[in-house]
Design a protein around this ligand. Structure first.
Ligand SMILES: C[S@@+](CC[C@H](N)C(=O)[O-])C[C@H]1O[C@@H](n2cnc3c(N)ncnc32)[C@H](O)[C@@H]1O
Length: 306
């Protein structure tokens, strides 16, 4: 073999060889792979548990007729005694990647299922359905669902004064004692952002001068994490509160257990100050939360451009 051939063969075999890494790096890689494996397993277990909890809840549901197909068929929004409107605002399509859109679509399906199985389904809307989400909902045959699907934006579907945007960053808190209001549309931001866009919905509500409020979580329950919940958890909490009139139970039953810390006794911490009512309503539908004289202010989130 000539010298040039030898050089060529040695350089190709160098390319084939995996790059040398130190023992320390090898250990780190092993540890990381193990961590990923454990995380996957934990997620799987969590999903199985969640499924069991859902089934359990369904079995405990007051109205057992809802467990049958026939019972479900007649359980429609138009027959419901509940006229409270809940809307998922899906204007954030272009801010999400494929995976997040797929998660959102699943969350919407959970919301729909929870409403269909509620003994008093609320009037459930989805607005701004466009782009990728629209295609996914079509594949899911959402057109046949008992739901109000709208391509138009939220502000074209409902009068300005009816809108109350739910956002965990709001300084206002939904009343912990009053029932939800039939003249208000409770809007959930249809976005999966893994906490990357803090304050997005809050800024949107401010920019449009819509009423806004957060759920009264702090009065009843301590969380291990921030109080930002997924759309389906917010929907399930609202539906549960509509039925039971008990926030504490609604939170305990619907906030994932891994997020919950200790339950506080609700009696000491009832919000006192009243704020953003429905413009025609002297009765509060949301309150500014004052605890022992101290007003809890929301952090000012970064400005956004929608
Ligand atoms: C995953 S969160 C979206 C987080 C997003 N960064 C934002 O700006 O709100 C989905 C939606 O659930 C509702 N939501 C979540 N946690 C809430 C809370 N603690 N109080 C009121 N609404 C909440 C809000 O409508 C929010 O837009």
């Amino acid at each position: 073999m000539s010298t040039t051939e030898e050089q060529a063969s040695s350089s190709t075999s160098d390319v084939d060889k995996p790059p040398k890494i130190s023992k320390n790096q090898q250990r780190k890689q092993k540890r990381y792979a193990l961590l990923l494996e454990r995380r996957k397993l934990k997620r799987k277990e969590e999903k199985v548990k969640q499924k069991q909890r859902r089934l359990e809840k369904l079995k405990q549901s007051e109205d057992q007729s809802l467990l049958t197909r026939h019972g479900l068929k007649s359980n429609r929004m138009e027959n419901s005694s509940c006229h409270i409107r809940i809307c998922i605002d899906c204007r954030y399509d272009s801010m999400m990647n494929d995976k997040d859109i797929s998660s959102l679509q699943k969350q919407i399906a959970f919301c729909y299922s929870a409403n269909r199985r509620s003994s008093t389904p609320c009037q459930f809307y989805i607005t701004n359905i466009n782009g990728q989400l629209e295609k996914r909902l079509e594949t899911n045959c959402a057109k046949n669902w008992d739901i109000y699907l709208r391509n138009e934006p939220l502000e074209n579907v409902f009068p300005h004064d009816d809108i109350l945007y739910l956002t965990s960053e709001s300084e206002n808190v939904l009343s912990s004692t009053e029932p939800l209001d039939e003249r208000t549309v409770y809007v959930i931001g249809g976005i999966v952002d893994h906490n990357a866009r803090k304050g997005l919905c809050y800024q949107l509500a401010l920019a449009n001068k819509w009423r806004h409020a957060r759920l009264p979580i702090d009065e009843f329950i301590k969380l291990n994490t921030r109080r930002v919940l997924a759309c389906n958890h917010v929907m399930e909490i609202l539906l549960n509160y509509i039925q039971l009139g008990d926030w504490k139970k609604a939170f305990e039953q619907n906030i994932p257990k891994r997020k919950q810390k200790v339950i506080i006794d609700s009696d000491d911490d009832i919000p006192k100050t009243v704020s953003p009512n429905h413009p025609e309503d002297p009765k509060p539908c949301a309150e500014v939360h004052e605890r022992r004289g101290e007003v809890i202010e929301a952090e000012t989130p970064p400005p956004i451009d929608l």
